[in-house]
Design a protein around this ligand. Sequence first.
Ligand SMILES: [Zn+2]
Length: 884
Amino acid sequence: MRPFPLVSTLALTAALALQGCADRPRDVRSAPPPSAAAAGAVQVPSQLPRNVRPIHYTISAAPDAANLRFTGQIRIDIEVLEPTDTITVNAADLDFASVTLDGGARARVSTDADAQTATFRFEDAVAPGRHRLAIDYSGKINTQAAGLFALDYTSEAGPKRALFTQFEAPDARRFFPGWDEPNFRTPYDLSVRVPAGQQAVSNMPEAGREPQADGSSIVRFQTSPAMSSYLLFLAVGELDRITTTAAGTEIGVVTRRGAGEQGRWALESSARIVPWYNEYFGTRYPLPKLDNVAGPGTSQFFGAMENWGAIFSFENILLVDPAITTEARRQAIFSVAAHEIAHQWFGDLVTMAWWDDLWLNEGFASWMASKATAALHPEWEPELGRVDGREQAINLDSLRTTHPVVQRLQTVEQISQAFDAITYEKGEAVITMLEDYVGEQAWRNGVRAYIQRHRLGNTQSDDLWGAVDEASGTPVTEIAHQFTLQPGVPLIQVESARCVGGRTQVSFRQGQFSRDDPDAQPLSWRVPVIAQAGGRPLRALVTGQMQATVPGCGPLVVNYGQAGYYRTLYAPDLIAGLTRNYARLRPLDQIGLLADNWALGLAGYQSPAVGLDLVQAAPANGNAQLLARISNILGQIDDMYENDPAHRAMLARFAAEKLGPAMRRLGWAPRANEPANDAVLRGQLIAVLGGIGDPQVVAEARRRFAADDPSVTAGPLRGTILAIVAYHADEATWERLRTMAREERNPLVKVQLYQLLGGVREEALARRALALALTEEPGATNSSQIIGSVAGVHPDLAFDFALENRARVEPLVDASSRSRYFAALGGGSSDPAMIEKLGRYAERHMTAQSRAPADRAIASVRDRIRVRQQQLPQISRWLEARRG
Ligand SMILES: [Zn+2]
């Protein structure tokens, strides 16, 4: 899923941002080029033997929610390709009661917990041809989102428990034994025992229901089309479902009972998105219905999942609750729904052959969501958010610990680690660039041909490039390979620009942008560059050193339109000219130029003063998203001054001057019919100024909290105000917030309140929040979020605590995500001691293949220390000079 687009200052980010933890696996700079493993060939050791393949699954499950167990019966139609006396399948945490073949031969079963497999041994060799395996087994209902899992919540009628499944990456094996790899596509017949008064939802509509003597029912679903195991879905609980119809497809939103109407925004949005995709893909949505199922609670690593025909989303990213939902969140709900619905074609109808090409699913769905949002909600100016995605990707991709977009993945942990900003945001950025390069129509024709050709099949990246090459007549494969098979960020240096006869003669040099290895020999890319100097934009593929002539003699903007995945470094006289003309540039280029120059300054390619001069030059009544980014930069500087009150105060004065006019214009009260992005900016400015410690904003937030102001009881500013109050809380305030969290009945609000308790500046209270996380009180899926919130403000404290209490913290985190979780807690530190601590943690608790998250965290701590030593003094001088 896409992270929340407007992130704010540290503490508030931790409290308010969506979960979703960017990670960067091991250094694969010198790794051999990856190749996806196609069905039929064993290339990855963790893949199953290819001597048998599944043809059809029939699964009956009977959950025992109270005891967190379930029993299952599965019939698997298989094709044996060569004689064998063993059949190996994926299975994790399953107990086998009996395994028989063709109603006769019983198998001996052995399991391998590390490999997550079960092997069935038969007395006699099984002959090639069709057979049927019948397996009776049982398994666990987990309390974190993996396999079949339970989410407990409070309701007016008391405590409740609902069950859901989450199978991506490979966790279907926790629910049924089988071939749990994306390249095995089969139809599924699923049925489930549902207690009286409860409902069940799966990928397909209900096909029948048999009442049982005890009041329960066996609910049977229609046969699914052939699909990958990670896309199967089941939910059981006391559920509401609201529906509508769009372009002949039944669209539904499923919630806990009583919350149905809160799904209305997502329902209406989905009903607009599906017809738009029908048209774009040129292939109609292929299933009879599409549900989006809301689960109360959270996960550390995902917000929503694209199960075919039955998307799962945590409530905070699906439901609009007038008690807390901000405008920014309302927009994010649309964009996450657009991402998951795009997967219904790109991912579900056509699926990557192996996890190496995960980016093809995720990068494409992210790109498609931005495109649909731009078409259906142009007033949100989603194209301006494109720069944020690019920055998130470059942030990971500019350190030595990065990896190529297409990467070789072998172990379950590596697959889990692959869900990062390289896969999502760099994937999206590369697709944006290539679409811009070949043209919108030609690109769409390529996508349509790809979907047509591979529907109900599995693919590799080159299948997409081939389709685009063919449809557009413009070869993209070579450029695409340079950006997806090799890691890193191109740097385009604009060495000189001269006006000659009404045209600008420009000298470019292609290098590589790196924050921790700037002197290394740069990799080579052919970079699609667009440059504009007041006239018609020039398009060129830049590699090595080259000259170009750009029509016009105005200020030269490189990466005009910001579709390119690279950084632009201007010669000093050129950036000075752009700074003088900054207020006249288009908002998209203002945002891109600011992002580039701020990052180049922090990385040491130029002085950070260049970026600060752009901040200074930004118009006070500038675009809302430009002001939001400026506020992010000021928040980032504020974090660096944690032990320097004098400069912190200087920065606060600059922030008040720069953002004050917008804050005064917007005020604290929403205005009728105001632009949606004004509402987003209001929340952002209050959050950042509150985090920086702006006395007026903090005082106003506290006043409202103390007075039980209606804006604190409900409404779009509620979370923001409470986050400021929590961040600056004293003991009495913190305890009052905790009482609010404990007594809250609305699960959506409860999650938020518990997270806020961790985002506190006072260290003693942060310790109290950590202790609270280990109690039963917050609920199984909220505890790890509290520790994560503490890490947003006190990374060292949170990391040390989690490690000291490792045995108690681990069960609070999704099993496949633990290696990322601990490293991420320490990754925000700027203490040199953390480098050694992370290294020690990796040596003790991680395998050589899975230690990438620790290495990434170490690289990020080192970079933060470097910036504070080398760049912060220059930032301070800039602030001092401004004062004088
Ligand atoms: Zn996705």
